[in-house]
Ligand binder design. Sequence first.
Ligand code: HEC
Ligand code: HEC
Length: 294
Amino acid sequence: MMKLMMAGAFATVAAAVFVTAAAAQDSANIGEQGLQTEPMELVIDDEKMMTRVKAPADSPFTELISGWEFRNPGTRKMELDDFDNPAFIWVEQGEELWSTVDGTEGKSCATCHEDASDSMKGVRAAFPKWDEAKGKPQAMEHQVNECRTERMGADAWKWESDQMLGMTAYVGLQSRGMPVQVEIDGPMQEWWQRGKDLYYQRVGQLDMSCANCHEDNYGKMIRADRLSQGQINGFPTYRLKWQKIGSLHRRFKGCMQNIRAVGYKRGSDEFTALELYVASRGQGLSVETPAVRQ
Ligand code: HEC
Ligand code: HEC
């Protein structure tokens, strides 16, 4: 009985919040599933990004679709050419920091890792990764700060600082075009489950879960936005709304705020577990870092 009432209440909320694609006064070029009808491929520097891949058998989706596919043509185009992609201001900053000596040890990232295009290739695709010493998974930001504080004698960067965003964008770029492939076995399993529980847990005044929007209603309009599957293959991502590049955990926080839930801290165990789980839902999509979104 209780369950029925809840379901009924949700249906009312959902009806009020979501508008089906057909009814939406949205731009042309978007079809019934909320996907582009004007054919465009995401090819950057002659490399084709896999923006749609067949979902594995245990996936809630039949097809995994990059958030890029759901954006309007103008936003999509900005990602085709690095000169048009405003995130590259941060990438350049990250590249400079890579070989800048900092901290008491007199080292830069390059001292140990040398050429990033070699040493950092594929790294973004596999994060979050298990950290044996800490006994938990780490997001890339954690790893960068571990190197700074434990190996360089330098201060940690703030999660959402321009330095951290620049560095994670620069390191992430070295994996662009490579398929997302996170490890979820062994000790990661428990964290993956924790992330999954968070993903399906209804929270906030609107009593909604991530899945209510990104799994049950992707392709539909919610206010002025078209819902995607909430994939994370483009982070850090330049967001037009932010007028800057932003971290994945900032995005998570924003989504939780939108349903009037109290979010977790950037870098918290909760968001790291959630990142691991959501990454696993996008296995095989190309890393697009740094992507452009609305
Ligand atoms: C003194 C040497 C040293 C310096 C300097 C250093 N690192 Fe590292 N870094 C390491 C080692 C060693 C590892 C492997 C750690 C591990 O596996 O737990 C590592 C791992 C990493 C990884 C993960 C690589 C992977 O394959 O998963 C990233 C990303 C990284 N470092 C980024 C940076 C950045 C960015 C800087 C500069 C701000 C930096 N590191 C400075 C030694 C260093
Ligand atoms: C009320 C609906 C709603 C809920 C609930 C919600 N989001 Fe979102 N989310 C959005 C909207 C709208 C956007 C921007 C358009 C898009 O990409 O879907 C977005 C974007 C995202 C993106 C960026 C996708 C990209 O391609 O850059 C991620 C990642 C994301 N959400 C994850 C989550 C997670 C994790 C949760 C649960 C903690 C969550 N969202 C809950 C509405 C929601």
